[in-house]
Design a protein around this ligand. Structure first.
Ligand code: C5P
Length: 309
């Protein structure tokens, strides 16, 4: 009997351009994803039923029932390959829960990869990505990693070349924001105003390709930011404090409330994280680098064949 451990990265959106609301309840997007080195790990053990246990950062705020995305991923894969979804999943969280960094999507991607290995399903990338898209808009990117532009509701991906390493600070908020509520507020704030036609920003692509952090910092933007700030006004202080402390760019991550700051180096990241915590605008910061690799198996281990699993 073997267990398999896989991990998947958090993401920040370098640009999130939000188009009109579609008939299916999703918004058309141009979403420039960038994976960063904060990872959730999922270990899959053979078991007699489908179970999930969540430990680590914010674990108590994560659903442990059937609506847990790692569980949903195991079930979708089992159905696809025609086996019973009998697996015990242990999710070790480092990505903030409901923080706009796609932690739930990372858990789903890691669970897909771990269960694929545990059940020796051998699905190819295209098949895994198809299952991922059915689980959530950001799950295909958590599988892919690196940097990529997402079209449609964010699930149709084109990888983007990037040079070098970018250094990030993430200011974590107490309590999450609901993604549907942030999108709804974005629509309300826009009212009847014309929504600009979505166009991929050439300058953000060029900055990634050349590894120019200064240019990338200047191009960070997120159409959901005004909505998140209106729901959580303190976020404007967090962003302003980071900018004043010398960040190359400051932006809301996804639907928030995590705020992301791009800086020149790992040393600058530690300094900025200390400043943000010391000034009291946030309780905790993470530092990370990007681009990070997508979901992958990290470890396989023999487990005793216990009758109670
Ligand atoms: O796909 P996912 O389950 O992550 O989306 C969560 C919610 O975010 C959706 O139900 C929808 O309200 C909103 N959303 C959206 N447009 C997108 C992606 C998500 O309105 N492109």
């Amino acid at each position: 009997m073997e267990s398999v451990t896989a991990r998947a990265p958090a993401k920040v959106n370098l640009r999130l351009d939000v188009g009109p609301l579609r008939d299916d309840g999703y918004h058309e997007l141009i979403n420039v994803f960038h994976a960063v080195s904060v990872f959730d790990e999922v270990t899959a053990y053979p078991a007699k039923t489908l179970r999930v246990e969540v430990v680590g950062e914010g674990a108590r705020h994560t659903p442990t029932g059937e609506d847990n995305l790692a569980c949903a991923a195991a079930r979708a894969l089992a159905e696809r390959i025609g086996v019973p979804p009998h697996v015990a999943l242990r999710v070790h969280k480092s990505i903030p829960v409901a923080g706009g960094m796609a932690g739930g999507s990372a858990d789903a991607a890691a669970a897909l990869v771990a269960c694929d290995a545990l059940w020796q399903a051998g699905l190819d990338t295209t098949e895994l990505r198809g299952l991922a898209a059915g689980l959530g808009s950001d799950v295909p990117f958590a599988l892919l990693g690196g940097s990529a532009v997402g079209y449609g509701r964010g699930e149709t991906l084109t990888p983007l070349p990037a040079h070098g390493t970018f250094h990030w600070v993430f200011a974590l908020a107490d309590g999450g924001l609901s993604t549907p509520e942030v999108y709804r507020t974005c629509d309300e704030l826009r009212g009847d105003a014309d929504i600009p036609v979505l166009r991929l920003d050439d300058l953000v692509i060029a900055a990634l390709r050349s590894g120019d952090a200064g240019s990338l910092g200047a191009r960070l933007s997120n159409d959901l930011q005004p909505a998140a700030v209106s729901l959580r006004p303190s976020l404007s202080d967090v962003l302003a404090t980071g900018r004043a402390a010398g960040a190359l760019g400051a932006v809301l991550s996804g639907s928030g409330p995590t705020c992301a700051f791009l800086v020149e180096s790992g040393e600058r990241a530690s300094t900025l994280a200390n400043t943000l915590v010391r000034t009291g605008v946030c309780r905790r910061c993470l530092t990370a680098t990007g681009p990070a690799a997508g979901a992958a198996v990290m470890d396989r281990a023999l487990v005793p064949d216990r009758a109670d699993r």
